[in-house]
Design a protein around this ligand. Structure first.
Ligand SMILES: [Zn+2]
Ligand SMILES: [Zn+2]
Length: 232
């Protein structure tokens, strides 16, 4: 599996364009906007887009999904149903920030453990609430790449100080769902540079080992919920 990252919208969101080297099929993760740019890349690569995958309902990630689907006939999958209210309010939220976006109804809402595919490639779906209720990450096990949206960044974590955010869930999602995939796993965050789970597990100032130890010693570590508590 090969992929390219396009920076889209004024929020410089990382839109990933994935390609199956066997069949030439393509998938686009988080087309937040700048759809003509995405279409140009697909045409240049002669990629036949099959599916549009959404990590969460924020408009910088999925504001262009409806337009891209209409232009290409691709299906839209995700995120988890917990984000349905955010997706329904897409146009309104975007307009408040001076951006145009269209709402959509996905072909399916995704659940933890689902598998999405395009060409001969498969990506595992991990439900990772905390930044939003319905946030999901996509993991391509064969190449060791994960696409995590606004859950985790190089040296930072997603924002939780808003009505749909929750810090304990966010820390639990990162430490109990993402990090167990392995230190060698590389990831594309929703914004900024790529990194590895190993680097963040050790050095991330919010969820790294040193940070967790420091928080524990002060008696105010965020209580990461058990894996089972994250579903629903
Ligand atoms: Zn977001
Ligand atoms: Zn974002």
């Amino acid at each position: 599996m090969d992929f390219d990252i396009l920076s889209v919208t004024k929020f410089e969101q990382n839109c990933s364009v994935l390609r199956c080297p066997v069949t030439g099929a393509a998938a686009v993760i988080d087309p937040g906007g700048d759809v003509p740019l995405i279409l140009d890349l697909l045409e240049w690569q002669e990629g036949r887009i099959e599916t549009i995958l959404v990590t969460h309902g924020h408009f910088d990630h999925c504001g262009g999904a409806a337009e891209l689907a209409a232009a290409t006939g691709a299906r839209i999958e995700g995120p988890h149903e917990g984000d349905a209210p955010v997706v329904a309010g897409l146009a309104e939220h975007a307009a408040a920030r001076g951006v145009r976006a269209r709402s959509y109804v996905p072909s399916r809402w995704l659940a933890h453990g689902d598998v999405v595919s395009f060409g001969e490639q498969r990506l595992e779906v991990l439900h990772c609430p905390g930044h939003t209720r319905g946030h999901v990450a996509y993991f391509h096990r064969e190449s060791g790449w994960a696409f995590v949206g606004d859950i985790l960044f190089r040296g930072a974590i997603g924002a939780w100080e808003h009505p749909n955010g929750n810090l304990p869930d966010l820390v639990g999602s990162i430490r109990n769902r993402l990090f167990p995939l392995g230190d060698d796993v590389r990831f594309v965050p929703g914004h900024g540079e790529t990194s590895t789970f190993g680097r963040e597990r050790v050095h991330n100032p919010f969820v790294g080992e040193e940070a967790m130890a420091r928080w524990r010693s002060r008696g105010k570590a965020p209580t990461a919920p058990a894996d089972a508590a994250l579903d629903g």
